[in-house]
Design a protein around this ligand. Sequence first.
Ligand code: HEM
Length: 222
Amino acid sequence: MGWFLESLNSSIGKKIVMAVTGICLILFLIVHLINNLTLYGGPDLFDTVVKNLDSIKPLVRVIEVILALVFLLHIIYGTYLWYKNKKARPVKYKINASSKNSDIYSRTTFVTGSIIFIFLVIHLRTFWYAFNFGNPMTDLHHYYQFTVETFQNPIYSLFYIFAMILLGFHLNHGFQSAFQTFGWNNKKYFPIIQKLGTIYALVTAVGFASIPVYFLFFYGGN
Ligand code: HEM
């Protein structure tokens, strides 16, 4: 056990933790997006999907605990690596050459990650809490209606749209970075990984952002 914890604490160990947790989160977002897109099927479909998930609550709870640990590890190790990197960099460069050495996505990962974390806290407080611990509306299984009313608040929806743009930036860098950690950075395959990452980031960001856009600007009632 000791050797395992020691290797997780080495530099490469930390990068592997970031990559593995990042890939778990990439997979979670695919499932979560598919789930949320059922909102476009109307109240009956969405409310049925949520009720079905409710019927397998113990399993959902176990997945949520694993997910919380994965998020925590990703945030703690990510913050540590960012801090270590910042300390190691020679300070007070007269000319900032960082743009030559890295792209805008990697240079902004910590900032985008921090704002996504704030988004996540607000998001869980609104949806997860109401769906699991009751709300006059969700108690009656009016999950769809609760979602509609939440997104009809312009400030709330605009914050979601902003956060999803940042999520796109974060994923665009994170996807390729995870595969790079696993050694997929040769000349032949890396450009394919980069393209796949950009497609994944775009589909995820546009897919999630389309929901507040729809309910704020286009929804006319069901
Ligand atoms: C428009 C975008 C989104 C909508 C409409 C949405 C909707 C929801 C809903 C309804 C729940 C409660 C599910 C339940 O407990 O039955 C939930 C939970 C959750 N959401 Fe989202 N979500 C969105 C975006 C995101 C994003 C971008 C992330 C991550 C960065 C995220 C992370 C989570 C997590 C971790 C949970 C708790 C685990 C779970 O219950 O599945 N969500 N979301």
